[in-house]
Design a protein around this ligand. Structure first.
Ligand code: XMP
Length: 318
């Protein structure tokens, strides 16, 4: 019978044995999986685990600093690397979804590689890969879905890094990972965090990416997410976020005609992201969120709610 306590004990012992006195590098994403993997390794080898948390400039508002603080509070040996400028520069002028994913993935590897070089004598790369990631990446390499989207979480690291791979969560499902995290005493806002794509807001800004667009979308997203939390809806939703559409529409403010941007809100129910239903959020809630966004976020004059399910739509718009 599987229990988190027994899993933790066995895994920590195995990690101690496999890793011995060597140094390990791990990339934290802010998500549940990499965070729980880090905590397990931390328990096993302490500060010989070197965590790297990269700001790609496409995270949610304030996420880089607040998550970094949380990691430090958990006692992790973590280095925050703000590479926003490098990512934005690399993305300049690119508007193709797969093109953006490739640039973000490649830049991440470059930044991560630079940082890993600074960890002396690193022999291991730890990853928060869970069981469903494997299934998906296997089918994505052969199946007809291969070209739909390139998820860069698995197998994306270059050969020249020559590090041995350790994946303590590779046999677990998401709910088991959460139970392990809870049993390790991790805060519920890390464990209950919605999934967030590696390319972040980069694939929620349709078309090319600029710093202004990122800031605008961060503001919209922050209003939506904090409203979900304030209204007790966050935990009832599997994933939520806002999308900045490449559309201007006419509006009116006072006596002035405006011609500004439109944002879409998306909230879905799902168990694994493979299929998803749009969430029937209360009209009063949507009404309030829409008003707040239009009143507070300069440059946005229209909000729409996405009522498409997957399939045939996907969760992300790109
Ligand atoms: P789709 O849009 O394919 O999304 O229905 C399914 C789940 O995967 C996430 N997603 C990604 N995650 N890199 C990631 O790490 C990506 O390129 C990527 N694309 C989509 C999406 O947020 C949803 O949870």
């Amino acid at each position: 019978d599987w229990t988190p306590k027994a899993f933790i004990e066995t895994t920590i012992n195995e990690l101690k044995e496999t890793i011995g006195n060597e140094q390990v590098i791990l990339g934290l994403s802010g998500g549940v999986d990499s965070s729980v993997a880090a905590m397990l390794l931390h328990r096993a080898i302490g500060s010989r685990l070197h965590c790297i948390f990269v700001n790609n400039g496409l995270l949610r508002k304030n996420e880089f600093n607040s998550v970094l603080e949380q990691y430090k509070d958990l006692g992790l040996n973590v280095k925050g690397v703000d590479a926003s400028a490098r990512f934005l520069e690399a993305l300049k002028g690119e508007s193709d979804p797969e093109g953006k994913r490739k640039i973000i993935g490649r830049t991440f590897i470059d930044v991560f590689d630079d940082e890993s070089q600074m960890v002396e004598n690193a022999k291991w790369l730890a990853q928060g890969t869970i069981y469903p990631d494997r299934i998906e990446s296997v089918s994505a390499s052969g199946g007809p879905s291969a070209t739909i989207k390139s998820h860069h979480n698995v197998g994306g690291l270059p050969d020249y890094m020559k590090l041995k791979i350790v994946e303590p969560l590779q046999l677990l499902f998401k709910d088991e990972v959460r139970r392990v995290g809870r049993s390790l005493g991790m805060p519920s806002d890390i464990l209950g965090r919605h999934p967030f794509p590696g390319p972040g807001l980069g694939i929620r800004i349709l078309g090319d990416i600029t710093e202004e667009k990122v800031t605008m979308l961060q503001e919209v997203d922050a209003i939506f997410i904090s409203s979900l939390k304030e209204n007790g809806l966050y935990d009832q939703v599997w994933q939520a976020g806002a999308i900045l559409l490449p559309v201007n529409s006419v509006g009116v403010m006072g006596d002035e005609r405006t011609y500004e941007q439109c944002v879409a809100l998306r909230a879905v129910e799902s168990t694994d992201g493979m299929t998803a239903d749009w969430v029937n959020l209360p009209y009063e809630f949507l009404q309030k969120v829409s008003n707040t966004i239009i009143n507070r976020v300069k440059g946005v004059n229209r909000v729409v709610y996405d009522i498409s399910s997957k399939p045939p739509a996907t969760i992300e718009w790109e």
